[in-house]
Design a protein around this ligand. Structure first.
Ligand SMILES: Cc1cc2nc3c(=O)[nH]c(=O)nc-3n(C[C@H](O)[C@H](O)[C@H](O)COP(=O)(O)O)c2cc1C
Length: 399
């Protein structure tokens, strides 16, 4: 079964019957189609109909999915795209106001993937200033509005409000997803997480990195068609589907894994927080607490990024991260120069709500020609897409 998951939202309009054909076509196209219906939609078409044509579970309730207490979050994360067809006037209004009172609207509020809606309603409902306004709000937020078309409506009237045909919606989905397949055939190496340097049999020196940024990068590259190798320090995150995952623990292990993979990659993105120092010797057993004080002797760990910069092959794109708490841009610029990087993502990890362990980040992108782009605070997933856009641009210029 395909890794590419589409969530098909079905709300309570007569055109729900046309969504069955759409679900069938999307499934035949190779997508894993997960249908989420509103309660009202289930009065018009039985969930079993969607289940039969997609071969996938159909979800309706926020509360009744056994073993899936946070189904709205897992659906939102899993989806490469969410298409709501038909989208009722009611659902559009809820989306515009951020209302999340059932599984479909809550999933939509949690979604960070592209969202498309296919409105379907009576012409007067579509003309209503409230609906017009709500659709404008959604468009401004980046939601793609497909149709509606003009023609005979289910209510017996003629006018604007007819849902686009399954064929047209399928084409729109394919077009939207194709835009993001711009890394097909590219091999990308991503590092993530923090390393752990053992002190004794039970303790280690570590850092606060959770791996979220690196995992988001690996996921973004993989979604865009790249062949991705993800080398990561210990984290509780699940590797994104379709990615080759190499777990490591220490800076030295990370260095070995990275150097054995780097030559094969067109782009190397080093988001890992690698320890700069490690204990000179690892004590056997557990250090006893009876001693009054303990002096640790530390030594520099290998500088993986500098090593990569030194052996960078022509055309290869090398991206580093600079997590700093002071003199952010100067330090980042210096790092870029010293390590022969093509871009540095500089983030102030002391900024509130950003940096380590957070879902958000606020970064400045620096380039060797002296230019820099200051990005607003955004989710790490969104930032990963922004970074990949730049990487794709740099790879394209080198062809
Ligand atoms: C038979 C029938 C057909 C309906 N068709 C539509 C429709 O095409 N578009 C629409 O916006 N509302 C339509 N409605 C009204 C919606 O079902 C109603 O606004 C409902 O609250 C929508 O809930 P939902 O958005 O959670 O599915 C219809 C209602 C009925 C009874």
């Amino acid at each position: 079964m395909s890794e590419r998951c589409i969530v098909l939202g079905v709300s309570g309009g007569i055109a729900a019957y046309k969504a069955v054909e759409l679900a069938r076509r999307l499934t035949r196209e190779g997508y894993r189609v997960k249908t989420v219906m509103t309660e009202h939609a289930t009065r018009l078409v039985a969930p079993l109909t969607f289940e039969s044509v997609t071969g996938q579970e159909v979800s309706v309730s926020l509360w009744k999915e056994p073993g899936k207490p946070m189904h709205h979050i897992s659906l939102a994360r899993e989806a490469e795209l969410i298409l709501v067809a038909p989208a009722t006037a009611n659902l559009i209004a809820k989306m515009a106001s951020g209302i999340a009172d059932d599984l479909l609207s809550t999933t939509l509020l949690a979604a960070e993937c592209p969202v498309m809606v296919a409105p379907a309603m009576n012409a007067a409902m579509f003309r209503h200033p409230a609906t017009r306004h709500n659709l404008e709000v959604l468009k401004k937020r980046g939601v793609e509005v497909l149709g509606p078309a003009s023609g005979p409506l289910a209510c017996g009237e003629e006018g604007e409000g007819r849902m686009l045909e399954a064929e047209e919606l399928l084409e729109a989905v394919k077009r939207r997803l194709a835009i993001r397949m711009d890394m097909a055939g590219v091999r990308v190496l991503v590092t993530a997480g923090g390393t752990r340097e053992p002190l004794d049999a039970v303790r280690f020196l570590g850092n606060r990195s959770t791996g979220k940024m690196g995992f988001a990068l690996a996921e973004a590259a993989s979604r865009r068609g790249a062949e991705v190798v993800l080398v990561s320090g210990p984290t509780w995150l699940d590797p994104p589907p379709g990615v080759t995952f190499i777990p490591v623990e220490t800076a030295r292990e990370m260095m070995e894994a990275v150097l054995s993979e780097a030559d094969k990659a067109e782009a190397v993105i080093k988001a890992a927080a690698v320890a700069d120092f490690a204990p000179v010797r690892v004590r056997e057993g557990k250090i006893k607490k009876e001693r009054a004080e303990l002096l640790l002797e530390l030594e520099r760990t290998p500088d993986i990024l500098a090593e990569l910069g030194g052996r960078k092959r022509p055309g290869q794109v090398l991206v580093g991260f600079a997590a700093e708490t002071e003199e952010l841009l100067e330090n980042a610029r210096e790092k870029m120069r010293r390590k022969n990087l093509d871009m540095v993502v500089a983030n102030d990890v002391s900024a509130e709500g950003c940096g380590f362990a957070s879902d958000d980040n606020r970064a400045t992108l620096l380039f060797p020609d002296g230019t820099c782009e200051e990005l607003p605070r955004m989710s790490k997933k969104r930032l990963a897409e922004e970074i990949m856009d730049r990487v794709v641009g740099m790879l394209g210029r080198r062809e």
